[in-house]
Design a protein around this ligand. Structure first.
Ligand SMILES: NC(=O)c1ccc[n+]([C@@H]2O[C@H](COP(=O)([O-])OP(=O)(O)OC[C@H]3O[C@@H](n4cnc5c(N)ncnc54)[C@H](O)[C@@H]3O)[C@@H](O)[C@H]2O)c1
Length: 345
């Protein structure tokens, strides 16, 4: 299959690109190369005859039309987005422009391309979304695919809007779509403004490890390579117009996740242990959702998918990867906003 992956120089998109090429798919990576992108994420496949890169912005309709008619993909996996909740609090405009208007542009370009191709049944537009569209849970319960949307940050509202557009393009125009809503990812190549790499790198440098609020916010953690595997499965086997929740079945309070990372650091860097002495509680993020949890029954029973990596094992691999890949993360620390407290509102 030839797959156009948008956002393929980002964290999850690059995992999809690497896995798709490893499985013998042709991949066209379309990415604007924003602050969050890094072509080093796809260096391992850059010389493959199966791989192509197109620097383009999904807000640029003419560029999308050109790329689709040049490469003629069988499917689009749409991951390009502004993705950092704290940045969405400081500057929501970019989230509306890329996540909402950009997705609209891509849908219209895909519809025009699909129509020109004779509306092939096998074509897929796969929208990659988040569990954050469902809002915040109490102590119990899980998000299913029928949980009403209740986004509470500019980021999650922009992703909810893009989900609605994708569903509308299916119902109204018949565009063959599939959607997935996933929980928090972690793993190698994660941009160093997100929680897991921040904890690892601050522990490594002996700097305070910031934990928002009381650290009691619960997330369902999924190793990024398991997510990429689920995405390719949903693309190939998912039913038309259907959405699938993807989760790691690994609920953890932020403070417990941070302590687990510190324990891995103690093991790998015993000379600076204990690292949990660096934990520092800081003022909470405004509108910080308390708990997310995914019910993955649909993707498990209909598509036979389940995560392969426990959070313990995934965090161990991730900590080791950061300790062994300073050449990857060091240049990113000087990018705009990295290391600053963003999103205080
Ligand atoms: N990170 C998570 O835990 C998580 C969980 C569930 C869903 N998601 C979704 O998965 C997708 C990828 O997330 P990520 O964490 O890899 O994000 P990321 O920020 O690491 O990567 C986003 C990529 O999109 C590109 N991009 C941004 N704006 C663009 C534009 N206008 N045109 C073209 N390219 C553009 C960036 O250059 C970057 O390479 C997003 O849609 C996100 O909402 C993320």
């Amino acid at each position: 299959m030839k797959i156009l992956v948008t956002g393929g120089a980002g964290f999850i998109g690059s995992a999809v690109v690497r896995l798709a090429v490893a499985r013998g798919h042709e991949v066209v990576n379309l990415d604007a190369l924003t602050y969050a992108a890094n072509l080093a994420n796809v260096a391992s496949v850059a010389d493959s005859p199966l791989y192509r890169f197109e620097q383009a912005d999904i807000r640029d309709r003419a560029a999308l039309d050109r790329i689709l008619s040049t490469h003629k993909p069988d499917a689009i996996m749409h991951l390009a987005a502004e993705s950092h909740v704290d940045r969405s609090i400081d500057g929501p405009g970019a989230f509306i422009e890329t996540n909402v208007t950009g997705t609209y542009n891509l849908l219209e370009a895909a519809r025009a391309y699909w129509t020109t191709q004779g509306r092939p049944e096998g074509f897929r537009f796969h929208h990659i979304s988040t569990d954050e569209v469902f809002g915040s849970l109490g102590e119990t319960g899980q998000f299913t695919e029928t949980t009403p949307y209740d986004p509470r940050s500019p980021y999650s509202a922009s992703k909810a809007a893009s989900d609605h557009l994708v569903c509308a393009w299916h119902e109204t125009y018949g565009l063959p779509v599939v959607l997935t809503n996933c929980s928090n990812n972690y793993g190698p190549f994660h941009f160093p403004e997100k929680l897991v790499p921040v904890v690892i790198l601050n522990a490594l440098h002996g700097r305070p490890i910031p934990v928002y609020g009381d650290g009691g916010n619960v997330r369902d953690w999924l190793y990024v390579e398991d997510h990429a595997d689920a995405l390719l499965l949903a693309l190939e086997k998912g039913s038309l117009g259907r959405s699938y929740n993807i989760g790691g079945e690994n609920e953890a309070r932020n403070i417990d996740l941070v302590r687990t990372i510190c324990a891995h650091m103690d093991h790998l860097r015993p000379e600076s242990a204990p690292h949990d002495r660096l934990i520092t509680f800081v003022a909470d993020r405004p509108g910080h959702d308390r708990r997310y949890a995914i019910d993955p029954t649909r993707i498990r029973t209909e598509l036979g998918w389940r995560p392969s990596v426990t959070v313990e094992e995934g965090l161990r691999r991730t900590v080791e990867w950061y300790l062994n890949n300073e050449d990857w993360w060091r240049p990113l620390l000087s990018r705009q906003g990295v290391g600053e407290r963003l999103g205080k509102a």
